[in-house]
Design a protein around this ligand. Structure first.
Ligand code: CA
Ligand code: CA
Length: 290
């Protein structure tokens, strides 16, 4: 089963009509455009030429049968396939150097099996999904903004082999995703990753006995809780509170003791500091807590 790349939403809302309806346990391929709806083709295509009404398309939504508000949607990311070139952009007003940037610039980069080429430099390939989420409650949330439903989290742990647990806020969950990157550093400081189109194969499962308030990631080695709020401090608090909750629910440790454990062995990292809400993540090794 496959969702075509022209079936997109720009708001993660319960009002969106599903593009496809599947049973829990199904494997589905999402074709995704890059965050500029594939309109940036050369270094001549600079930010001022971009149609901002078409930024951050998310393919979907997918309706998963049986998913009810209060459930969790388990999204296993089986495989990510990227196109052979990606784009990174900058312009005055964007990112952490915004008021020092005098001139717009777009760089096209080649993507190889394990690396990308940027201005003659070789960087590691880091495939990741920037925007992924369920429908947010109420009026929904635009696809440029991350919050408790997921959305534009730009977390490099959301990658091939990882499992993402998302809260279900509306019947069917309404999963959508896009904005893949071939490379991005923690922070995404200029506001652009190596933006690229491609395909994502996921398996979706409705989990009934597990209710978690924000996105949670499981990798081979790590538990990762995410927080997205207006400031890095508030986002950190959400990620930390939810990791403490996960530890106290799944071990005999008290809140005090879970906090001390994270102080000793947990890592607080930045996902991104450039979107309308900032995203932070708390990580704990699965060697410490299974
Ligand atoms: Ca993004
Ligand atoms: Ca992006």
């Amino acid at each position: 089963m496959r969702l075509a790349k022209d079936k997109v939403v720009f708001n993660m809302s319960g009002k969106n009509e599903p593009v496809l309806t599947v049973d829990s346990g199904s494997t589905v391929v999402f074709e995704t455009m890059d965050c500029f709806s594939n309109t940036v083709k050369s270094s001549e295509d600079v930010v001022s030429s971009i149609d901002f009404s078409k930024v951050n398309p998310a393919t979907g939504p997918l309706f998963v049968k049986g998913a009810q508000p209060g459930d969790t949607l388990k999204v296993t990311i089986n495989k990510i396939t990227l196109e052979k070139t990606g784009v990174v952009v900058t312009a005055p007003g964007l990112g952490m150097l915004s008021d020092r940037i005098e001139k717009e610039e777009t760089v096209i980069c080649d993507i190889h099996d394990d690396s990308v080429t940027y201005k003659g430099l070789t960087l590691p390939l880091k495939k990741m999904i920037g925007v992924i989420g369920t429908a947010a409650p109420g009026e929904g949330v635009n696809t440029g903004t991350p919050h408790d439903h997921g959305g534009n989290m730009d977390c490099l742990r959301v990658t091939e082999g990882a499992t993402l647990y998302l809260p279900v806020n509306v019947e069917g969950a309404l999963l959508a995703m896009g904005d893949m990157h071939a490379a991005m550093g923690d922070g995404e400081i200029m506001g652009s990753g190596l933006e690229v189109a491609g395909e994502i194969e996921v398996t979706v499962d409705v989990v009934k006995q597990f209710n978690f308030p924000t996105p949670l990631i499981e990798t081979d080695d790590l538990w990762v809780t995410l927080g997205s709020r207006e400031t890095m401090e508030d986002a950190s608090q959400v990620a930390i509170d939810n990791m403490v909750e996960l530890i106290t629910q799944s071990s005999s440790l008290t809140m005090n003791q879970a906090g001390m454990l994270l102080s000793l062995a947990g890592d607080l990292h930045t996902c991104q500091v450039v979107n309308p809400n900032k995203t932070m993540r708390m990580e704990l090794s699965k060697k410490i807590l299974q």
